[in-house]
Ligand binder design. Structure first.
Ligand SMILES: [Zn+2]
Length: 323
């Protein structure tokens, strides 16, 4: 039952350990049964050293908390995908690779961590975890239909329809970031191997890469680009105009499939929402008005209320519920 807080039982009394594993950073924290983070650490992930090193890093960080909070019995991991939540395995995650660009392949992460931490470990897609958390205690609370877009290294999507988390078939998570928007656009290669995916335009990493290429400025990072746009530089404002147009198209496609009442933005790049949210709303209104006159499908566009803790709190919720 995706919409409910954990039922009152013995497990509710003890906090859980949660991980939020992304393409560049990992957050590890202790979270209580009301979704409050009691203790937390956020560090760069040692991807360049390979997957064994990352798993060792996760185990050591987790063990540090377990030594201090020995009552913890359950562990929840929100991770970038693709992954199989029921089996607890990573399926060659799009944005996880080591220094030589070597992909991870299939990794039984829940089992590996469970052996090392001696606790039961649950795995969930990070965007699914984030939308569950927002629906539990954040911006989607009280909405029956919600979508979250996590804008970071990748573009993750998580959907709740009629108060239930949406899963795809065959144990898959709905990977809205890899909906192809333009299969002719060789300027938009995606980490998944295709070109023109929504993620290839809309993730923070993709936006920054495209901006660098277009302006011939390898020195720029996302924050510098946003600051120059905020200062009114037209070249940089145009980057966000294009971003808003593509974002509106992507959201249009999600809206016609899922009809959310609210779309929530989270992830590190969501802090540039002041540069794209209003423009996206206007473009989206036009696209939806054209398509379904008289039917108001326009969702509310909102920022995460849990900010960059949504994945961590969602990972905790998955452990609290024991799936
Ligand atoms: Zn893709």
């Amino acid at each position: 039952m995706a919409q409910k807080a954990p039922t009152k039982n013995r497990r509710e009394l003890a906090p859980v350990l949660a991980f939020d594993l992304g393409g560049t950073k990992v957050a590890v924290g202790v979270v209580n049964s009301r979704g409050r983070i009691l203790d937390e650490i956020r560090v760069p992930t040692v991807f360049q050293e390979g997957k064994d090193a990352v798993i060792r890093q996760l185990s050591e960080l987790g063990q540090g908390f377990l030594d201090r909070y020995p009552r913890i019995k359950y562990v929840g991991v929100a991770s970038a995908g693709p992954l199989d939540p029921a089996k607890g395995i990573l399926l060659d995650p799009t944005n996880f690779s080591s220094r030589e660009g070597k992909k991870w392949g299939t990794v039984p992460l829940a089992k590996l961590l469970s052996t090392r931490l001696k606790r039961k470990v649950f795995l969930e897609n990070d965007a699914a975890a984030a939308v569950l958390a927002e629906h539990w205690i954040g911006a989607a609370k009280g909405y029956r239909n919600a979508i979250i877009l996590t804008l970071g290294t990748g573009l993750g999507t998580g959907m709740i329809c009629e108060n239930e988390l949406v899963r795809a078939g065959r144990g898959q998570h709905p990977e809205g970031g890899h909906v192809i928007l333009d299969f002719n656009d060789s300027s938009a290669p995606c980490g998944c191997g295709n070109i023109g995916c929504a993620e290839a335009y809309l993730s923070g990493r993709s936006f920054t890469r495209r901006a660098r290429v277009r302006l011939g400025r390898e020195d720029l990072d996302a924050k510098a680009i946003a600051d120059l746009a905020r200062a009114g530089d037209p070249k940089f404002l145009e980057l966000f105009d294009e971003y808003s147009r593509v974002m509106a198209v992507a959201i249009h496609n999600y809206v016609v499939l899922y009809a959310p009442e609210i779309v929530i933005f989270t992830g590190s790049f969501a802090n540039t929402a002041d540069l794209f949210l209003e423009k996206t709303r206007k473009q989206l209104l036009q696209l939806l008005a054209r398509r379904r006159q008289g039917v108001d499908l326009l969702p509310k566009l909102a920022l995460s209320r849990l900010e960059n803790n949504a994945g961590l709190i969602g990972g905790a919720l998955v452990a609290l519920r024991g799936k």
